[in-house]
Ligand binder design. Structure first.
Ligand SMILES: Cc1cc2nc3c(=O)[nH]c(=O)nc-3n(C[C@H](O)[C@H](O)[C@H](O)COP(=O)(O)OP(=O)(O)OC[C@H]3O[C@@H](n4cnc5c(N)ncnc54)[C@H](O)[C@@H]3O)c2cc1C
Length: 383
């Protein structure tokens, strides 16, 4: 068993670190949160370095599918700007990335080259205001009419919706009695007639804006059913595959936030002098940091294991589940201890510790939420 990253993965890590140092410092990240946006130039810079190609096969102009490389990217970005990491993840993995895994030949041909170049932005529109992510009670519906599907309903808290060119939408096919409650995943063009987008306000990851999307009689061609028209009513299995991808990405995001908070607190503890010595010399502070350092490394191993298995085309549901289940309490613990170690500075809005705390809550209530994710992981582990 190898515990070293390959040369290729080390280069990816260094490239991202270099990008962050030059283009997205802590100050820039703080500024993005104030402005509540990821500016186009930052998005283009990420594209130019080739980050979006990390989930796209070479035949479609990508770097070759490299899940581990993508997870490393999410982790590193999240240490400085969780919003940038979340936005990258939404487009490259849970949006466009699902086309790599589940799209048919035509869809891959149409979307992937532009996804790899960062010219198309994708996001997944799954959750609903009333029902969250309960797949059994989806209110958003489609009806088949000839070779089109008519989409009605609303999705909430969708990241990047205002910037996205396409949404991956989870809907219930209500065309006939037999098809009742038959879930379908669709690729919906954001510019379609009948779509309305409203911005929602939130307490963290503000630069990765959240939006409500309302669909009113939106006509979607049947070739936009994810995987092709024969995949009508196959959304339930596809959604499980999407969750496996989403879970390891969220685990990487939380790992990055936890590590960012830990490094911030450690640096503060080395510099802050109280009672004649840097506070890191006090056992209580040192123990808090040591515990975090060990848990962050353990989390990293779980995340990298899931990504490595995905790259080997081996089953990774269980490993992806374990990685997210481990990262959920860790991110909250790291962010809250960061505040504790930074003392009054941790509580002040001028400094970053409080930002880590606000951002740390984004994932445990995103996607499947802590409680439901753990239920699924317990299932995958065989409990
Ligand atoms: C920052 C952010 C970004 C987001 N981005 C997107 C996006 O891009 N696309 C998208 O589709 N959605 C997105 N969401 C929405 C997210 O998917 C939902 O908030 C999430 O699915 C939870 O649904 P809910 O808010 O309705 O909570 P609810 O499902 O109502 O949950 C409320 C509480 O009940 C608990 N609970 C629910 N069911 C169970 C159960 N079976 N057992 C035990 N406890 C349970 C939950 O864990 C939680 O504690 C985003 C959310 C956030 C915060």
């Amino acid at each position: 068993m190898a515990f070293e990253l390959s040369g290729e993965h080390l280069i990816i890590k260094e490239t991202i670190k270099d990008f962050l140092q030059k283009e997205c410092s802590r100050e820039t990240a703080r500024e993005l949160e104030k402005r509540e946006e990821i500016p186009n130039n930052l998005w283009s810079q990420i594209s130019d370095i080739g980050f979006f190609g990390l989930t796209v096969p070479e035949e479609y102009g990508g770097e070759g599918v490299n899940y581990l490389g993508g997870l490393i990217t999410i982790e590193e970005l999240a240490g400085i700007s969780p919003s940038l990491a979340l936005s990258f993840m939404c487009s490259a993995f849970t949006g466009g990335g699902v086309i790599v895994k589940m799209g048919d030949a035509q869809q891959k041909e149409k979307y992937l080259e532009k996804l790899a170049r960062g010219e198309l932005v994708f996001t997944s529109a799954l959750a609903e205001e009333e029902k969250g992510l309960s797949i059994d009670t989806l209110k958003t519906s489609v009806k088949v009419e000839g070779n089109e599907l008519v989409l009605n309903g609303a999705k909430c808290l969708v990241t990047l919706a205002e910037y996205a060119n396409y949404f991956i939408v989870l809907a219930n096919n209500v065309s006939s009695v037999e098809n009742k409650n038959s879930v379908t995943l669709l690729i919906v063009e954001a510019g379609s007639a009948g779509i309305k987008i409203n911005k929602m306000k939130k307490i963290g990851v503000k630069a990765a804006g959240a939006y409500e999307i309302i669909f009113k009689d939106v006509r979607v061609p049947e070739q936009n059913i994810l995987g092709g028209k024969e995949k009508l009513n196959h959304g339930r299995e596809q959604y499980k595959e999407l969750l496996d991808i989403q879970n390891m990405c969220f685990a990487a995001l939380q790992l990055g936030i936890a590590r960012g908070a830990y490094e911030y607190a450690r640096n503060h503890a080395k510099e802050r002098v109280q009672f004649g010595q840097p506070i890191i010399k006090f056992d209580a502070i040192k123990e808090m940091l040591l515990e975090l350092a060990v848990e962050i490394d353990a989390c990293q191993l779980l995340v990298y294991r899931a990504g490595s298995l995905a790259d080997l085309d081996k089953p990774f549901s269980r490993e992806s589940g374990m990685a997210i289940s481990y990262s959920l309490p860790l991110v909250k613990k790291a962010a809250s201890q960061c505040i504790q170690i930074c003392g009054g500075y941790g509580y002040a809005l001028e400094y970053d510790a409080q930002r880590y705390l606000r951002d740390a809550f984004a994932v445990p209530i995103n996607g499947q939420t802590s409680e439901t994710v753990n239920e699924r992981t317990a299932d995958l582990v065989g409990l």
